[in-house]
Structures are given as structure tokens and as C-alpha cells.
Design a protein. Structure first.
Length: 293
């Protein structure tokens, strides 16, 4: 497949793009700077995209997003929302108007679509939350419907916590009481999931690209400590997280989301690293190899 990838230099895209290339796909990157060979320029905040060069792709993988600030002030929320709607709307609207449209658009969303739900199992059919993060993800997904209305298969990946990269070596401590469910996916696993989604005609709409084995936050932190050969990182009380990060702490660190990848499993996807210790061990080894190189 000939695939256009946005966000190819980010934490996730820097693994996804090479992985897709290794699987025999031709990769073209969507970039904000002056494009080089194998690149196409866009600036979603300015509404600019080189539409003529988007003709003839088989698939589009949209991973680009702005870095999120630690504290969600009113101005930060405005910029986050404007960026998400501009990027999703511009890309979806542009490919919808092409003469030679892509067959599939895979668009990054997030697990924040769902509310904190305690021990309740969450699937793609679960209702959205009502806080800022849920509305951001909901409206971002809605912006991709321009492509769906044009006959393009659209998949919105409600991505959980992604583990991998250099940050994995720093460890993680318990957040709050540590009893909240943590849904997660390894970074290399996510790349394989995206390849599967691109080629699985049965998958459309929301998809949860997460491990089938969510764990409590305290268990995840302890497992990472064992993989690193050290004690878990420092536990952070809930009140301190709220003090430091405000609304972001409540929406991400302290929320409990026990997410099931129901549609992914039904499509026949087989997880390579389904357990936390497997995924964390693999990602730690990958990070060490990258550092050595």
C-alpha cells in the first residue's frame, strides 16, 4: 500500500512509519516544514495542505497532534481544541474531495473519550464522558466524518497509554491509591495494530488499540519496577497530582478505565505482547538498543 503518515516524527509515528515500511508499504510523510523527497507539506493551523500531492494514496495514517501542556488553562484548552479540529477537519475534508481517494483513513483519538468507570469493562460501544477531554476526543472524531461520508473507511483509534521509548527507563510510581485500572499498549504493538487496521476491511469507526490485559495502576508500576530491576518509582498522592496538574491529573492519571479491545480481537488480531511484563521487557530492550546505536 502507498500510505501517507502525519506525525511521523513523534513518539508513536517514529516507530509506526518505519514499521509500515518494513512491511512493504510505501511511506510518504506529511510535514509542517519545507518538504523533502517522500514528504508533503501541510500547516493545519493555517488551513494549508498540498492537496494535489494527496491523490492516489491507498491509506492515510493521521497521528499528528500538538504537545499537550501540563496544566489545562482556558487558553490551553482553546488551543488544544482548535488544533485537533483543524488537523482532523483539514485532512478528512481534503481526502474526501480527491478524485483518487484513499480507501482508509486511520485517525488517532484517545481513551479519554470514555469516562472514568471504576471496574466497569469499556468497549467501543460504551458511552462517552462529559468532561473536556471526552468532548475533545468526541469532536475530533466527528471531524473525520467528512471522509466517511465520501465513502472512505474511517477508523478512530481510541489509544490508551503507550509504553516505549527512552521514558520507559525512568520507571513509574503509583498514582493516588493505585487502585484505578490502567489500559495500555506497547509502542511496537501499536505499530502492528495500525498495519492490521489498514488492511482489515471489517474494521471501521472506533477501535480500542489496547492490550486485552489492563491492570491496576499499582500493579503496572510494580511490574515495570521488576522489569527494570529496581523498586517502583515514588508514589504520588492524589492531592499532590491534583495540585500540580489540576484537571489533567483527574482525567488521565487518576481515572479508571478498564478498556477491552473487542473489535480488534473479533477481527482476528493476535497480540504479540499481551501481558505487561512481556511488553515492558520488549520495549526496554528496544530502548537500550536504540541508545546503543
Amino acid at each position: 500500500m502507498r500510505i501517507l503518515v502525519s506525525g511521523a516524527s513523534g513518539m508513536i509515528g517514529s516507530v509506526v512509519a518505519p514499521y509500515l515500511a518494513s512491511r512493504g508499504h510505501e511511506i510518504v510523510r506529511l510535514v509542517r516544514r519545507e518538504p523533502g523527497p517522500g514528504e508533503v507539506r501541510w500547516d493545519p493551523d493555517a488551513g494549508i495542505i498540498d492537496a494535489d500531492r494527496l491523490e492516489g494514496f491507498d491509506g492515510v495514517v493521521h497521528l499528528a497532534t500538538m504537545p499537550w501542556p501540563a496544566r489545562w488553562t482556558a487558553e490551553a484548552k482553546r488551543r488544544m481544541r482548535a488544533n485537533r479540529l483543524a488537523a482532523n477537519g483539514l485532512l478528512a475534508g481534503t481526502v474526501a474531495g480527491l478524485k483518487r481517494k484513499p480507501r482508509v483513513l486511520v485517525c488517532s483519538s484517545g481513551m479519554g473519550f470514555y469516562p472514568s468507570s471504576g471496574d466497569q469493562v469499556i468497549t467501543e460501544d460504551s458511552a462517552p464522558g462529559s468532561d473536556f477531554l471526552a468532548m475533545l476526543q468526541r469532536d475530533g472524531e466527528a471531524a473525520t466524518q467528512k471522509a466517511s461520508a465520501a465513502g472512505i473507511r474511517v477508523v478512530n483509534l481510541r489509544t490508551p497509554m503507550v509504553v516505549g521509548g527512552a521514558a520507559i527507563r525512568r520507571g513509574m510510581g503509583r498514582m493516588g491509591n493505585g487502585y484505578q485500572w490502567t489500559s495500555w499498549v506497547g509502542r511496537d504493538e501499536l505499530a502492528a495494530i495500525i498495519d492490521h487496521v489498514l488492511q482489515s476491511e471489517s474494521l471501521a469507526g472506533p477501535v480500542n488499540p489496547c492490550s486485552p490485559n489492563p491492570v491496576r495502576n499499582a500493579e503496572f508500576a510494580a511490574t515495570l519496577g521488576r522489569v527494570l530491576g529496581s523498586k517502583p518509582g515514588m508514589s504520588i498522592p492524589a492531592f499532590l497530582l491534583r495540585l500540580m496538574l489540576g484537571e489533567m491529573a483527574e482525567a488521565l492519571m487518576l481515572a479508571s478505565r478498564r478498556i477491552e479491545p473487542r473489535k480488534l480481537l473479533a477481527s482476528g488480531y493476535q497480540f504479540r505482547y499481551p501481558l505487561p511484563e512481556d511488553a515492558l521487557g520488549h520495549e526496554l530492550e528496544a530502548a537500550q538498543q536504540a541508545q546503543a546505536a
